[in-house]
Design a protein around this ligand. Structure first.
Ligand SMILES: *Cc1c(COP(=O)(O)O)cnc(C)c1O
Length: 441
């Protein structure tokens, strides 16, 4: 498309956009199990209103927009309190989990440059299940990721992590929980190692950060199974937590928090020699839209602790129903022992990728995973209305493919083939080709 020579009318423009979104995933109806964390229409409407008021503002200059400065300070102080950060904790708002993680890795690298200048090839130790954002950060900031395998319970074993430490190690990482299987790495033991070996420890609570603090307070069995994972543990030096996940904020809002202000300072960037003025920036982005910041603040104020507790309780009730329902379907099996509302299921007898496709024809969207092939689910409060229907469709779908060989064509076959390529470099090239093709219609 070229820029239209003449502008279209407003109604025409919006009508065309509505046409295009008709085929988008139905997240309001609770049909998606990733990407969107749906706390109901009341919350969506509040976010729309809050974002609209601050849509055109720019958090690049907090002096021009003291409102945004207030929102950011309030949100960070709420997060620090939820994660038991104490007086010294400090952080920043970012555009999402990936930026928060990039910042934590860059901070660890720059901390090591000063504290341990003999290190020329810094390494960080990450579990195999750690989010790819850590590999992206490693790629961007020239830190070598040392991947350690997970155990039978799908969590990293503390001994495996300790055995991987070298003179070049600058950072340990654990997830609370990890995205693929929803299990929490043994953070108390990792903290103990970090203290003893004088290393930084980042806890990736991108998905759990705004859920676990409330789950822990509920009087349900799942709550008692949650070990400490945050700044209560002396070895934890930084935490990433996404507001745009279980904080139910609009996309584009996450926090990165450090135990101390001194550590956070390693994250900042300043340039004093620009003719355009003195330039300072705390995170990756330059200009930052005020919309997501305002929306994040609004939802925390709107829900309050009571609101979050209620959403966590409802989400866990739905999760239990779904987990039990899936376990009852012959051939399906939950991976590991997920303590919160994110998990995956696999099968030793059925082609789960084919099952994913059958579900998709009914509008359900579940992420496909590999190692082993599995389907992934993140449960939102809005899923309580559709849980029974989902289980019924899943049961029918599983019956339909019972005894059938794995699919030989379509998406299911493609996932299967890609997951099975022994040379992961080839698989990565297929992904790059896919990214390269997005603008070719
Ligand atoms: C979602 C997620 C991330 C990445 O967050 P984005 O907002 O998608 O950049 C990182 N870690 C975990 C555990 C996550 O769930």
């Amino acid at each position: 498309m070229k820029l239209p020579p003449r502008g279209a009318g407003r109604d025409e423009v919006l009508a065309r956009m509505d046409d295009l979104r008709a085929r988008d995933a139905d997240f309001r109806g609770g049909k998606t199990f990733s990407l969107i964390y749906n706390a109901g229409d009341e919350v969506f409407d509040l976010l729309d209103e809050a974002a609209r008021r601050f849509q055109h503002t720019n958090a690049l200059s907090l002096s021009a927009f003291p409102s945004l400065r207030r929102f950011e300070a309030d949100v960070l102080s709420i997060a620090a309190d939820l994660f038991h950060g104490g007086e010294g904790a400090a952080g920043n708002l970012t555009s999402g989990g990936t930026e928060s993680i990039c910042m934590a890795v860059k901070t660890a690298r720059d901390h090591a440059r000063e504290a341990r200048p003999h290190i020329t090839r810094p390494e960080m130790i990450v579990p195999a299940t750690v989010h790819p954002a850590f590999h992206k950060a490693a790629h961007y900031f020239d830190v070598t990721p040392v991947v350690v395998p997970i155990g039978e319970d799908l969590r990293v074993a503390p001994e495996t992590v300790e055995a991987a430490i070298t003179d070049n190690t600058i950072l340990l990482v654990g997830s609370a929980p990890c995205f693929p299987f929803g299990v929490i790495d043994p953070i108390p033991q990792l903290s103990e190692i970090a203290v003893r070996r004088n290393l930084l420890l980042h806890v990736d609570a991108c998905v759990g950060g705004f859920f676990l603090p409330f789950l822990e307070k509920l009087d349900i069995p799942e709550a008692r199974a949650i070990p400490a994972w945050d700044f209560r543990l002396p070895g934890v030096t930084s935490i990433s937590a996404d507001l745009h996940k279980y904080g139910f904020a609009s996309k584009g809002a996450s926090v990165v928090l450090y135990r101390t202000r001194e550590l956070r300072r390693k994250q900042f960037f300043a340039y004093a020699d620009w003719p355009g003025g003195l330039y300072g920036s705390p995170t990756m982005t330059g200009s930052r839209g005020g919309g997501p910041i305002a929306a994040a603040w609004s939802v925390l104020q709107f829900l309050g602790e009571e609101g979050f507790l209620d959403l966590a309780r409802r989400t866990m009730t739905t999760t239990r129903k779904l987990l039990d329902g899936i376990r009852e379907i012959p051939g399906l099996r939950i991976l590991g022992n997920p303590p919160m509302s994110i998990y995956a299921f696999t099968s030793d007898t059925l082609d789960v990728y084919a099952l994913g496709e059958i579900l998709e024809t009914q509008g359900w969207r579940l992420d496909r995973q590999q190692m082993p092939p599995s389907l992934h689910m993140m449960v939102s409060p809005a899923h309580e209305r559709v849980a029974d229907q989902f289980l019924a469709d899943l049961r029918t779908g599983a019956k339909e493919i019972e005894g059938k060989p794995p699919a030989m064509d379509g998406m299911a076959a493609m996932y299967g083939a890609l997951a099975a390529i022994p040379d992961r470099g080839v698989a990565a090239r297929v992904i790059l080709d896919f990214l390269d093709g997005f603008d070719r219609g």
